[in-house]
Unconditional design. Structure first.
Length: 504
């Protein structure tokens, strides 16, 4: 069973930190009332990676460590500079399955092998407040590194580490740093012990570091956007597995952005190559979306029932809604994890890697991005325009609902096309992104109302068949009709505002 800890720390080095030098005096740091000696720990950690160092390239570290208070397996995922999520698993001989899953999107089918061994003598101090509560842990680490694969070198160094206590005030780290600078220490130039060990133990690094160049051509801009979505999918994979809030939705959005880009920029990337990948992205989005759309609909209906006066709630409405929701659930967490571990998903990730490494560029890819990208965005916007005008010309009803739904999908596609073009087109594209987002939100509210009315009709039929009152569902249906009518009344002004700003 793995558990997660948010780690906020800073590392320091300098001539005043040496083999024979103790910890600097940190008394007098604002907010610190005492410094407690916690003794010395002997730590022995073996770091694992693929032979071509895919984890190190992504600033991930996976280690098995003995000694100290938290012996076991540790996986560290970067959050921001100096901040990482450290995921713990119990000590075992082999890499725990739970941690293997969290690095699957990086590792794929490659083997995880021992890469570096670090043995550290850690001198530990606790900075505490007036009540004796822990504020931060300061440790002086004397490190000996040994390369286990990809080289044969050794290295040793001494560094100082300051780790903020759980729920601690990050400002304390600034106060401590001022004191350390006075003692002649500076921030370490290496982001982690592993990074320093790899740099100092020699051996040819197998993983190729790709230096991103500023986009120049139309193809450069489109590929940069596609690459960002590929990276988002890979980076969100462990968050989805850990059930981090909104991670499933964000991964789904990344798949949609990429599919939209393939369709919008068919003059840049050959659709004979991208269409099969788009089909797989659609499959993945569908797997990610199982139960999510149902959850959103259920939340809407539950909130609507909650807003009704008690006298308008007739019969076991909440129970009926719960039964209906349970019957419509089609997925499970186990199913999603199986998808993320499955060959089809891993093949999709590999296919995206291949696409970016060997992009199927067409002639327009080498042309001026200002012309190529603008033309594609205008083409998408024209489709939105035609659908909105069609919806406005239709009377309220199923045909108008369908036209508004199609306009919403095209608005989303236009938004993504403008997002990818924004670095080249500047403010006009950025303005269009905002306009399409606003239009998409308005049309999305309308579509949600359509879906809610369909659901309420189904619920009313089930209630009637069970001998229950269907009155409340009728009330809610009428309210949803009013919401949809309000959106339809607002659409002409919204579209007029979009047209006045759309000048890509």
């Amino acid at each position: 069973m793995a558990d997660t800890k948010r780690e906020i720390e800073r590392k320091y080095e300098g001539s005043s930190v040496g083999e024979d030098t103790g910890l600097p005096d940190l008394t007098g740091v604002s907010g610190v009332s005492g410094v407690t000696d916690k003794g010395v720990a002997e730590l022995d950690a073996t770091y694992y990676d693929t032979p071509d160092q895919r984890l190190a390239a992504a600033s991930l570290t996976l280690r098995r460590r003995t000694g100290g208070a938290d012996a076991g397996w540790h996986l560290k995922l970067p959050v921001s500079e100096g901040v990482r999520d450290e995921i713990h698993a119990p000590l075992s001989d082999d890499v725990p399955r739970s941690l293997k899953g969290l690095v699957r999107s990086r590792v794929r089918d490659a083997e995880l092998v021992p890469l570096v061994r670090l043995r550290s003598t850690r001198d530990i101090r606790h900075l505490v407040d007036a009540d004796g509560a822990l504020l931060a842990e300061v440790s002086l680490d004397r490190v000996r590194a040994e390369r286990l694969s990809g080289g044969k070198g050794t290295a040793k160094w001494t560094e100082l580490e300051v780790e903020l206590a759980d729920d601690g005030d990050p400002d304390l780290l600034d106060e401590v740093e001022r004191k350390l600078r006075e003692a002649g220490l500076n921030r370490s130039t290496s982001p982690s012990k592993l990074a320093r060990a790899l740099a100092e133990t020699g051996g040819k690094k197998q993983h190729k570091t790709i230096v991103e160049q500023p986009p120049v051509t139309a193809g450069d801009h489109v590929l940069a956007y596609v690459r960002a979505q590929r990276d988002a999918i890979v980076e969100l994979d462990p968050e989805v597995r850990r059930e981090v809030e909104d991670s499933v939705h964000r991964m789904r959005v990344a798949t949609r952005r990429m599919r939209s880009t393939f369709r919008s920029y068919g003059k840049v990337l050959d659709r004979a190559v991208t269409d099969p990948i788009a089909d797989e992205l659609k499959w993945l989005a569908g797997e990610l979306g199982i139960d999510r759309d149902q959850e959103v609909l259920t939340e809407r209906l539950t909130a609507a029932v909650g807003e009704l006066p008690h006298r308008l709630v007739a019969g076991p409405v909440h129970d009926r809604l719960g039964t209906w929701t349970s019957a419509r659930r089609g997925g499970s967490r186990d199913r999603l994890l199986a998808v993320l571990e499955g060959k089809r998903y891993l093949d999709l990730l590999s296919g995206l890697d291949t696409l970016l490494a060997e992009p199927p560029l067409r002639k327009a890819a080498t042309d001026d991005p200002g012309k190529v990208l603008a033309k594609a965005v205008r083409k998408d916007l024209a489709k939105v325009s035609a659908l909105v005008e069609q919806a406005l010309d239709l009377p309220p009803g199923t045909d108008r609902d369908h036209a508004m739904h199609e306009a919403r999908k095209k608005a989303k596609r236009t938004r993504y096309a403008a997002e990818s073009a924004a670095p080249a087109l500047g403010k006009p594209a950025e303005t269009l992104v905002k306009s399409m987002k606003s239009l998409q939100s308005l049309l999305g509210e309308h579509q949600d109302s359509v879906m809610a009315r369909d659901a309420l009709g189904e619920l009313a039929e089930q209630a009637h068949a069970a001998g229950e009152s269907s009155f409340t569902y009728g009330v809610l249906y009428g309210r949803e009709e009013q919401r949809a009518a309000a959106v339809e009344a607002q659409l002409p002004d919204e579209w007029e505002a979009v047209e006045s700003r759309a000048a890509v």
